[in-house]
Design a protein. Structure first.
Length: 143
């Protein structure tokens, strides 16, 4: 149980870091004020969940997990390639929504893999999944 809890919370912090990094990197290219607001709220929501995950990790004696360097490099390459081809709000929304969808799949996989995790960790992972789903849905008008 303890090992699963730390692993699940580590995956949450790594996923949050990827999400925040992507949204933060796209903000300067976002022209629509409502879209910009959605991204800023997404960053804020993710940072709040990160604080909760870090607090739980500290309680269990675990450490934060950095995003996988290969995944981070691939996300950076995809983002910068798409933005170089077409830097507009539709592309920004597409990239964030796509990242949310990948995050949902990854977090769902972790939640299922670490099924013996503490209820607080499972609930936090589920809340993060809901956050990603909500953000992705809110971006559909921009696609």
């Amino acid at each position: 149980m303890h090992k699963d809890t730390i692993a699940l919370l580590g995956d949450c912090t790594a996923g949050i870091d990827m999400a925040v990094s992507t949204m933060d990197g796209l903000l300067p290219n976002t022209k629509d004020l409502q879209l910009r607001q959605k991204l800023q709220e997404g960053i804020s929501d993710h940072q709040l969940l990160r604080e909760q995950a870090c607090s739980l990790l500290q309680q269990y004696g675990g450490q934060e997990k950095a995003p996988n360097p290969m995944a981070k490099s691939m996300a950076w390459l995809k983002t910068n390639t798409r933005m170089a081809v077409k830097s507009d709000d539709t592309t920004v929304a597409y990239l964030v929504a796509d990242g949310c969808d990948m995050g949902i799949k990854s977090l769902s996989k972790s939640r299922n893999r670490y099924s013996m995790a503490d209820r607080n960790a499972i609930d936090l992972a589920q809340e993060l999944i809901r956050c990603e789903e909500s953000l992705s849905a809110s971006l559909r008008p921009y696609l």
